[in-house]
Design a protein around this ligand. Structure first.
Ligand code: IPE
Ligand code: IPE
Ligand code: MG
Length: 234
């Protein structure tokens, strides 16, 4: 493990599809929202572990643009948890030295949530221990559409290059994810970091998100450390 966690072999940015909360709850005969609650505890553990290990950027997929299609009780439960988490945990994130950011179509959320989001970004903006990017109401296709729309609205008339389009994405200053982890056993990315993940390394775990902890994260890092990234070169 020691060698694998050598700083030069660590990903700078890890993205996580935190999947499996519903199945975790179902296995226990509990409502899905209890699974989401357990998922939040797992998230806190992973933020601490990532910071300890020396990961600079951690992005977490918390709610997709497609997740609105769930039952209204589940969506409401998730919004309630989101509100609770934002209002109750941001100070703790600040004390951890985490810079908190958000990526996604935040305008879909009610005013009180938007206020807390803006407050958290502002309050933690000088923190440098780790950047935690919450991807909420995030969809990779939506992000590209929003970037194109904003590019057109800007009056820009030059050639549309990768670099200029990137400038209109949700988090242009954050390096592309080096490693994308999905828990819960499904072998897909479900619209996460579609553009930014073009050359990411993938790691899939069967562990349901509420059970995912530091040792599972280290397993992903060991796998990552053994990869050779070529970006199309020979
Ligand atoms: C992921 O867990 C959390 C969100 C999508 C918000 P799921 O709720 O998708 O859990 P499963 O996949 O049904 O087990
Ligand atoms: C992806 O999980 C979204 C999040 C974890 C927030 P889903 O459970 O929504 O994805 P699918 O439906 O299995 O593709
Ligand atoms: Mg799921």
């Amino acid at each position: 493990m020691g060698e694998a966690l050598e700083p030069s072999k660590l990903p700078r940015h890890i993205g996580v599809v935190m999947d499996g909360n519903g199945r975790w709850a179902k296995k226990r005969g509990l409502p899905r929202v209890i699974g989401h609650q357990a998922g939040m505890k797992a998230l806190e553990r992973i933020i601490d572990a990532a910071k300890e290990i020396g990961i600079r950027y951690l992005s977490v997929y918390a709610f997709s643009t497609e997740n609105w299609n769930r039952s209204s009780s589940e969506v409401q439960g998730l919004m309630g948890l989101f509100r609770y988490y934002l209002k109750g945990k941001m100070e703790q994130m600040h004390r951890r030295g985490a810079r908190v950011r958000f990526a996604g179509r935040l305008d879909a959320f009610p005013e009180d949530i938007l206020k807390v989001v803006a407050g958290a970004e502002q309050r933690t903006k000088d923190n440098r221990a780790i950047d935690v990017i919450f991807c909420v109401n995030y969809g990779g296709r939506q992000e590209i559409l929003d970037a194109v729309t904003r590019l057109m609205a800007s009056g820009y008339e030059g050639p549309v290059t990768e670099e200029c389009l990137r400038g209109f994405m949700y988090a242009p200053d954050i390096p592309d994810p080096d490693l994308l982890i999905r828990t819960g056993g499904e072998l897909r990315m479900s619209n996460f970091w579609l553009w930014e993940g073009a050359y990411s390394e993938y790691y899939f775990s069967d562990v349901l998100w509420p059970d995912f902890g530091k040792s599972e994260l280290e397993g992903a890092l060991v796998s990552y450390a053994g990869r050779e990234r070529r970006y199309g070169t020979a």
